[in-house]
Design a protein around this ligand. Structure first.
Ligand code: APR
Length: 311
């Protein structure tokens, strides 16, 4: 299968490199408005690939025609917040980028599954879904897998076993909901292993996992995001129907409607095959609802923008 990645920045390029090194697909197309950067990185990757004996080919472009027949398109294009820029300013810029990208995907890869990675993730996934008109199973936001990876790391530092399964739902941001009742080390739920203080530390480390990296690097993470993108792609290509925390459109599940937000979903060849209903306790359900509510202002901005372009 051919897979296209839009945005050859840190995350997009790292995802491409993993796709090639692991030979996950036959062909990768890497598209960026800055073609030189995409080209430079692709040449470097092909030299790595030939050394590793990997067979996946890579093409760089700034022409959307080249994404034709892609089975999956990953969107990592976007700009980070700059000094003096409000969240709303940033949102406007990234919605515009999303508009350009998604309308081209609709035109050139109308049967693809879209994986949104650009932030703010749940809002961008909502925007992509609305602009594409694709069925809700074919637009998936990659955020919860990354937050769960961060939670798994926080747990791993406190236990002996390497068999860790963590689950984070809610928004990919400060209102994320790490689920102690649905996260396990070996066979034991995390909530039964750690005392209250340690549970709270795990939650805080999970929430700060991204910011901590920004503090050291002055830019956001890319190795773990790239790995999480590959996990999602492999679930689709191999039709594994694996339960993965993803941002998906809700129609009443978890008492929420008309939003895209992180929940546990089975992912397979059709994208989101099924949304899994996790048994949340009272506190977790309350936190999830707060997470849904936190999206309200941004969704209103997107809706206003979409109304204007439809006129
Ligand atoms: N079309 C195509 N590419 C674009 C466009 C556009 N309209 N606008 C920006 N880009 C490209 C930039 O040229 C850049 O190469 O998107 C890339 C973004 O790369 P980085 O700035 O390195 O950002 P990165 O760290 O890769 O993160 C990308 O993923 O995890 C999220 O928060 C992160 O939203 C961000 C996204």
């Amino acid at each position: 299968m051919k897979i296209s990645v839009i945005g050859a920045g840190n995350v997009g390029a790292s995802a491409c490199y993993l796709l090639i090194a692991k030979e996950i697909c036959s062909e990768v197309v890497l598209l960026d408005i800055n073609r030189q950067v995409a080209q430079g990185k692709a040449i470097d990757m092909m030299q790595a690939s030939i050394t590793l004996g990997a067979k996946t080919s890579i093409k760089t472009t700034h022409d959307y025609k080249d994404i034709e027949n892609s089975g999956i398109v990953v969107i990592t294009a976007g700009i980070p917040r700059k000094e003096g820029m409000s969240r709303e300013d940033l949102l406007h810029i990234n919605i515009k980028i999303m508009e350009e990208v998604v309308l081209n995907i609709k035109k050139f890869a109308p049967n693809s599954i879209i994986i949104v990675v650009s932030n703010p993730l749940d809002i961008m996934n909502y925007t992509a879904l609305k602009l594409s008109g694709f069925s809700k199973n074919r637009v998936i936001g990659m955020g919860g897998i990354l937050d769960s990876a961060r939670m798994a790391y926080a747990i791993s530092k406190r236990v002996d076993t390497k068999e860790i399964k963590a689950c984070v739902i809610g928004t990919h941001g400060e209102y994320m909901v790490p689920l102690l009742s649905q996260s396990f080390a070996g066979n034991q739920a995390v909530k039964d292993i750690f005392d209250k203080k340690t549970c709270e530390e795990v939650i805080q480390e999970t929430k700060n996992g991204g910011a901590q990296i920004v503090k050291f690097l002055q830019t956001s993470a890319y190795y773990a995001p790239a790995a999480c993108i590959c996990i999602l792609i492999e679930a689709i290509l191999n039709d594994t129907k694996s339960p993965l925390p993803c941002s998906v459109w809700l129609d009443g599940e978890y008492n929420a409607s008309g939003v895209s937000i992180g929940v546990l979903a089975m992912v397979g060849k059709n994208g989101v095959e099924k949304i899994l209903d996790l048994p949340l306790n009272e506190e977790e359900a309350k936190r999830f609802q707060e997470s849904v509510n936190s999206l309200g202002d941004s969704l209103a901005i997107v809706d206003k923008y979409l109304r204007n372009i439809n006129h």
